[in-house]
Design a binder for this molecule. Structure first.
Ligand code: PLP
Length: 394
């Protein structure tokens, strides 16, 4: 009667959502102050003041009826110009506004890009640990997602990638700063990946696209450099979102940028427009498109996340847990003292700690801790982490 696969997707909650729901029940039973919810990636920093000012300004405009009307399918031309100017200013790449497509966040940007690229028999690759929705988005196009196994330090496993790429590989998704590890791929790693893909393109005689999923681009610490892929490789599509950098996840605004150096860039852009149309993702929310005219260059406020990161990393390692030090995003991966991360996450619940098992991210033996939470909650959670660790010492 209905699509079995879609039914399964809709009726099975993700592990993250399960934990979140469990947390709500626990809070009702034990009190909210006994629950330390590290499950979700909802930004805890408020949107910058300029967002509110810009919303007000847009609403007060005499022509505000336009604001609530449709824009062009691919987005308001002035906004696409502003995004292109931002890319040129920050990354020194001249992208025509006619290669920009405004989207409902990074999720839609990825779905559109994958659909635009996919031909019969194609597969895509991503590196573990990875954002689990990549599987859903890729499989929705009918393509397979091949996951490159993770290395313990969360660097890219290029040797394994070389073995997984074949003549049907159409693209590689990379996500840096990374959810869930907080890793930022270095320039050296990016160059090595690009060299590998360049060799494979020659071997198979067709482009292999790099799809750069970068909602956390600006959320980095200690001045770490995040290479802009268009400067290293030609066949690049950037999927960007303002969900995290401007703390606007509910407003659903982001974009696709096709590299001007991509093979048949203009034709690829038409395929993007076609995929947007086929998926019904035309005309991203117009008010929030217009906000970008004022906010496209607004810096992300990372101070609170950095403070959380420092406290969490130093405290957890001091307790005795082994952690991967995040360089970006607002997630930290912690090795579990027993091999089964699900069992560890269940045990953590007894202490009010909601930690996401790494299996769904392709990181068995780890949990993901989202530290986009209040500093105070982290402070209050530390005795619980200590008590949890102690159960493994006995
Ligand atoms: N990609 C990654 C790595 C994410 O972590 C997220 C959201 O958490 C998304 C994409 C989706 O972002 P958006 O809210 O912009 O759709």
């Amino acid at each position: 009667m209905f699509n079995e696969k879609m039914h399964r997707l809709g009726s099975n909650r993700s592990v993250i959502r399960e934990l979140f729901e469990f947390g709500k029940q626990l809070a009702a039973k034990e009190g909210a102050d006994k629950v330390y919810d590290f499950s979700l990636g909802n930004p805890s920093v408020p949107a910058p003041a300029i967002v509110k000012e810009s919303i007000q300004k847009q609403i007060d405009m005499p022509k505000s009826t336009v604001l609530h009307g449709y824009s062009s399918a691919q987005g308001d031309p002035d906004v696409r110009k502003a995004v292109a100017a931002h890319i040129e200013k920050c990354h020194n790449v001249l992208v025509s506004p006619d290669l920009i497509y405004l989207t409902v966040g990074a999720a839609a940007a990825l779905c559109i890009t994958l659909k635009a690229l996919k031909e019969d028999g194609d597969n895509f690759l991503c590196f573990a640990p990875f954002f689990p929705e990549y599987t859903v988005f890729t499989e929705a196009t009918g393509a397979a997602l091949r996951v490159v196994p993770m290395k313990d330090d969360c660097k890219m496993n290029l040797q394994a990638a070389a073995k997984l790429i074949d003549e049907n590989t159409k693209g590689v998704i990379i996500n840096s700063p990374n959810n869930p590890s907080g890793a930022v791929y270095s320039e050296e790693e990016i160059k090595a990946l690009c060299a590998l893909l360049g060799d494979k393109e020659k071997e198979y005689g067709h482009p292999i696209f790099l799809i750069s999923d970068e909602p956390y681009r600006e959320i980095v610490y200690d001045g770490v450099f995040v290479p802009y892929l268009m400067n290293y490789y030609d066949d690049v599509v950037v999927c960007y979102s303002y969900s995290k950098s401007l703390s606007l996840p509910g407003e659903r605004i982001g974009y696709i940028a096709v590299s001007p150096k991509a093979r048949q860039a203009q034709e690829l852009y038409y395929a993007v427009c076609g995929a947007g149309r086929a998926l019904g993702y035309v005309c991203a929310p117009h008010l929030f498109q217009r906000i970008l005219l004022d906010c496209v260059d607004a810096p992300a406020d990372v101070a609170a996340y950095d403070k959380n990161r420092k406290l969490l990393y130093s405290s957890l390692t001091e307790i005795g847990f082994e952690c991967i030090k995040p360089q970006g995003a607002f997630y930290l991966m912690m090795k579990t003292p027993e091999p089964d991360a699900n069992a560890f996450s269940d045990r953590a619940k007894n202490f009010g700690l909601l930690l996401v098992p790494g299996d769904t991210f392709g990181a068995p033996g780890f949990v993901r801790i989202s530290y986009c939470v209040s500093y105070d909650m982290i402070v209050r959670s530390l005795p619980a982490f200590k008590a949890l660790f102690a159960t493994y010492e006995k």
